[in-house]
Design a protein around this ligand. Sequence first.
Ligand SMILES: NC(=O)c1ccc[n+]([C@@H]2O[C@H](COP(=O)([O-])OP(=O)(O)OC[C@H]3O[C@@H](n4cnc5c(N)ncnc54)[C@H](OP(=O)(O)O)[C@@H]3O)[C@@H](O)[C@H]2O)c1
Length: 249
Amino acid sequence: MKIVVIGGSGLIGTGVVAKLRSLGHDVMAASPSTGVNTITREGLAEALDHTDVVVDVANAPVWEDKAVLDFFETSGRNLLAAEAAAGVRHHVALSVVGTERLQESGYFRAKLAQEKLIRESGIPYTIVRATQFFEFVGGIAQEATRGEEIHVSPALIQPIWSGDVSAAVADAALAAPANGMVEVGGPEALPLDELIRRFVRITKDTRKVVPDVRARYFGIALNDQSLTTGKAARLGSVGYEDWLARQSA
Ligand SMILES: NC(=O)c1ccc[n+]([C@@H]2O[C@H](COP(=O)([O-])OP(=O)(O)OC[C@H]3O[C@@H](n4cnc5c(N)ncnc54)[C@H](OP(=O)(O)O)[C@@H]3O)[C@@H](O)[C@H]2O)c1
């Protein structure tokens, strides 16, 4: 089976490509660094020639409201049109758990727009929605930093190891199209302030973590349902403590 992974050089894409190749599939890692660009369409039609499945795990280079919306809309339109022309049988995309609950943020408005294009494309599809990656925790802390303090909500978050996300996306690529959404999240949910506190402790970061129920997450007011999965979600294999221990080792 020929599978093209758009964003195949990224954090998730690298793992998806490796897993699918290890199972013997013909996998192309497609991204600007390998000459395939979903914005300019450079190399796109050629890449999709005789392709059965396309996996889209690309991310926008800039997260400013208009730029990120332009990226996911233009990339989605170009990619889905090229897939229709090439007769691709399954489109798999990675989105974020709770996207419709996080619409105060331009990034999540862009992800919802990406999902809408997929649902309306007529191409059989599976949208895998994942919670926040462990590898993204430092970015969350950075965005919430005010001077020497990190102000974060104590709402629950259910983060996941990127390797578990790559595995879930690869499995979706090999399964029949769900024509809907599947969720994947970490094995445990914990308060966001506690997540950040454990991270700064292990990285010997001197910033003080301040829990604040009014603190926003990338502009979004959180509750315990905002960043956690539903009951039917597939859960990751690696816990946060084990991942942190691996990082410090
Ligand atoms: N961060 C989180 O916690 C989280 C949670 C759930 C879901 N997600 C989703 O996970 C997805 C993947 O994230 P990631 O962290 O793996 O991303 P990443 O490491 O930043 O990689 C982004 C990939 O997109 C490619 N790309 C950028 N512009 C492109 C273009 N014009 N055409 C084709 N490819 C392009 C890059 O290619 P080059 O290397 O060649 O530039 C790279 O391979 C995103 O869609 C994100 O919304 C993230």
